[in-house]
Design a protein around this ligand. Structure first.
Ligand code: PMV
Length: 333
């Protein structure tokens, strides 16, 4: 079976140019409307199904990559230098090891997230996509975004969708080395759509997505139905986007998220990201809809809720959901 280094050599062989000392890039976070849940290959982060996301415009990760003469990489997250023992540092350093031109070179990575870190707001997606973009810039690889998406995916699955703004589809692919497990942006720009982030709980999640997916795939009796669910939802969503049918898009996204969480709850031991605040927010969304306000929710591997709505309703929705942070999926940083 192919490993990361083999895939990377396929993509990067002969591509390294003289290194730039300092580069500074941005990648948007993304929220899946049709979720990725379950890997067919753990090492390469190859998914069982396709998924479809919306990017978050200016909300994401800024990454400054420079040289350091220290013996180890320096990782600075939101202005704080992290210790070498921090789980995020270990994960990032292992990822960087795959790309160093000279084994002795060390980096200083300064990542600044404009969204809350690790509370289900996809900061690892934008974080890894930004690191890959920074490496591309540093070494002058000049790779097309589709190939950067393959590299980013090896850091975090959903990072493969963080190379573009707007709607992005990640194709599961079939090959063992994942060269066909690539994301691509949809042509369609539906600029009325907004995503709202509702920060309900800033605590770090107790179980990471990799472990939670593995447990779901291995032990949940409901997981068998998940690929069919995604197939139906993906078809519905693509047609909703084509027809600009907001109700169909919102309903499908909400159903898809709830179905994903149902597969996790049926795992053993169960995976439950919901907190009391999450359920209250869901009920508020249903209540708002009953009153005629078109708003839908989605939820990932954390307790927070994301709202999907149209620009015309932004004021009413921000009034209803205090502290909502609204992102415009087509706005470039
Ligand atoms: O890329 P990961 O390992 O952080 O997994 C992301 C999983 C979900 O956010 C729950 C779904 C998705 O498609 O983004």
């Amino acid at each position: 079976m192919a490993d990361k280094q083999t895939v990377i050599s396929k993509i990067l062989s002969g591509k390294y140019q003289p290194a730039k000392a300092v580069v500074d890039v941005f990648a948007p976070a993304n929220i899946a409307l049709c979720k990725y849940w379950g890997k067919r290959n753990l090492e390469l982060n190859l998914p069982v199904t396709d998924s479809l996301s919306l990017s978050l415009g200016t909300l994401g990760s800024h990454c400054k990559l420079s040289d350091t003469d220290k013996a180890t990489d320096r990782i600075v997250l939101n202005g704080n230098e992290l210790s070498a023992e921090h789980p995020f540092v270990k994960r990032l350093v292992t990822f960087l090891d795959l790309f160093r031109e000279h084994p002795s070179e060390r980096f200083c990575i300064e990542t600044t997230n404009t969204i809350p870190t690790a509370a289900g707001f996809a900061s690892s997606a934008s974080g890894f996509a930004a690191v890959v973009k920074a490496l591309d810039r540093r070494y002058g690889w000049q790779l097309p975004a589709a190939q950067l998406s393959i590299l980013a995916r090896m850091g975090s699955g959903s990072a493969s969708r963080s190379l573009w703004q707007g709607f992005v589809r990640w194709h599961a692919g079939q090959s063992d080395d994942g060269m066909d497990s690539v994301s691509e942006p949809l042509e369609s720009q539906w600029e009325e759509i907004c995503i709202g982030l509702l920060v309900l709980n800033r605590n770090q999640k107790k179980i990471g997505s990799t472990e939670a997916m593995k447990r779901t795939v291995e032990t949940s009796a409901l997981y068998r139905a998940w690929p069919q669910q995604v197939e139906r939802d993906m078809t519905c969503m693509l047609s909703a986007i084509e027809q600009r049918d907001f109700e169909m898009l919102g309903k499908t996204a909400e159903t898809n998220a709830l179905a994903m969480h149902a597969t996790m709850m049926a795992a053993c031991p169960p995976v439950l990201y919901w907190q009391p605040e999450s359920l209250i927010a869901m009920q508020t969304v249903w209540q708002a809809r009953n009153e005629g306000l078109p708003v839908y929710f989605t939820m990932d591997a954390g307790p927070n809720i994301k709202l999907v709505f149209q620009k015309a309703d932004q004021d009413a929705i921000e009034k209803r959901f205090e502290g909502l942070v609204t992102a415009n999926p087509w706005e470039d940083d």
